[in-house]
Design a protein around this ligand. Sequence first.
Ligand code: ING
Length: 310
Amino acid sequence: MRVVTVAAAQMGPIQKAEGRQQVVARMIALMDDASKADANFIVYPELTLTTFFPRYYMEDQAEVDTWFESEMPNAATAPLFDKAKEYGIAMTFGYAEQTLDGHYFNTSIHVDKTGNIVGKYRKVHLPGHSEFDPDRTFQHLEKRYFEPGNLGFPVYRTLDGIFGLCICNDRRWPEVYRSMGLQGVEMITLGYNTPSVNSQKGTEGPEKRMFHSDLVMQSGAYQNSTWVVGVAKAGIEDDHPMFGGSVIVNPDGEIVAKAKSEEDELLVHPCDLDDTVFGKQTIFDFARHRRVEHYTRITSQTGVQLPPND
Ligand code: ING
């Protein structure tokens, strides 16, 4: 048994005017509950510290920079790091990262119970667009404000297991899970900020989008025999609804815990990393079953190449 007691800490809406200090106080309140529930690992959403600012079109880089963190930990997050250390709880959370050499990433980190950053990931799959799109009911400008991640899909040993990170749209791409599955990952944590409606297809509402969100995380978990923890920032942020539905998915692809609200909500579940072993040794024993000689398109080709017309 290698049980990690995971607390999935869904965050409700963060309004544009809400300061980082207020958000961190909410995060600490969730961590207090996690500690009372004897959790030793808490997972927060993507871009946890602020509202989902990529919904706003900005041209002034100084304004854009106000949404980014230029160091981590920093004054706003120090209380969170201190509280995690006090409780002996590991944590992951996402934030907008501005590097010292002027690069901008949608980033997540894994901090161990002693306060060391043992894992860092920069979002590879950036959805949306980079210029204002008048045809959309709302904007999704991640391609404007972030660069594609440059760290690949690393895994790291901590909590007596092998852990990995991804972020939001990444969860829709099977390559992400498989890249970590091929490194033996046993738990993938991810945060998401997902609008409840499709800005280009008004008929696609929260039910279908939640179905897709669950589908991809359940598939990723099952096909790589790994735990997947997906945590939402949810609710209505300045009139923009985002769905909740944070989940903990076991290595058989089954949802073992799911959030009911669109507010700050904690899910706690004992996740035995040994539950990943059977799948990795049988149906998804990659070394025995995969035939890489037939997979070259997956890394050599970016878009579709249609067959010739007969
Ligand atoms: N948000 C959304 C997500 O991938 C999206 C964007 C929604 C893309 C639905 C495609 C379909 O969950 C972020 N932040 O990636």
